[in-house]
Design a protein around this ligand. Structure first.
Ligand code: FPP
Length: 248
């Protein structure tokens, strides 16, 4: 039986988040510059977006550029920004044809104006689409958004609109960049690195983590199906005991 048909669709993760890693090392293995890896990574973005939409995943979040990535060589940063502009422009039609909404999390206003423009156009064009939401994390880091949330909430406390003891988990979630997005249930990181790298730290409190050695440019639909099957074979206890978990 192929992997896709083994997936239990009613138990699909609603939200999958991916740390796309290994583009540079994959390119190096081929004797090519790092940017070659990023360019090939776009095909994986396409495949995984398509696979998630076909299965019925509601949200797919891709970590495309972190606040720390600015410290890479300028040439690589520029190439990544150009690739983003080109990809978003090229893929708008496919997103429309597949009823996929594009959105973003991160400090977008600090991206180069061309990148912002392409992104905003893509988000505007697809805003009515309902089948799946593709979230690009761009100039994003968890500490950035948690700091923002703390600043916003403490300002409310300062203006006497809120008492500090009234602050709830839900209120914190509401002040994060992901405010209208459910928490991811499955987080995948490619390339053999077992780190979270400042990604969705608050939101992954109960996510299942899946690490694979496959480099991002080689990550294909079957690799995604393997990750989902692995997720479905785990027991998600949310702090309870096995006996308390009601199984169907
Ligand atoms: C990590 O590999 C990858 C990135 C920082 C960028 C990911 C970008 C793309 C796949 C291209 C465009 C994306 C979209 C959403 C249009 P790395 O460079 O850290 O690889 P390394 O760890 O092997 O050095």
């Amino acid at each position: 039986m192929d992997l896709k048909t083994q997936i239990d669709l009613p138990r699909l993760p609603k939200h999958i988040a991916v740390i796309m890693d290994g583009n540079g090392r994959w390119a190096k293995q081929q004797g090519k510059p790092r940017v070659f890896g990023h360019k090939n990574g776009v095909q994986s973005v396409r495949e995984i977006t398509e696979a998630c939409a076909e299965l019925g995943v509601e949200y797919l979040t891709l970590y495309a550029f972190s606040t720390e990535n600015w410290s890479r060589p300028a040439f690589e940063v520029n190439a990544l920004m150009t690739l983003l502009v080109e990809t978003v422009r090229k893929e708008i039609k496919t997103l429309m044809d597949n009823n996929i909404r594009l959105t973003s999390i991160g400090d977008i206003e600090k991206l180069p104006s061309k990148t912002q423009k392409a992104l905003k156009e893509g988000m505007h064009a697809t805003k009515g689409n309902k089948r799946m939401t593709l979230v690009l994390a761009l100039n994003y880091s968890s500490r950035w958004e948690i700091r923002n949330a703390v600043q916003q909430l403490s300002s409310k406390v300062g203006r006497n609109e809120l008492k500090s003891e009234e602050i709830t988990d839900a209120m914190i979630s509401e002040h994060l960049a992901t405010k209208s997005i459910p928490d991811p249930e499955l987080l995948i990181r490619t390339s053999g690195e077992c780190r979270i790298s400042n990604f969705l730290l608050w939101q992954i409190a109960y996510a299942e983590l899946y690490f694979t050695d496959v480099f991002w440019p080689e990550f294909r639909k079957n690799n995604l199906y393997e990750a989902i099957l692995d997720f479905q074979n785990r027991e998600r206890r949310f702090g309870k005991t096995s006996e308390q978990i009601v199984t169907k």
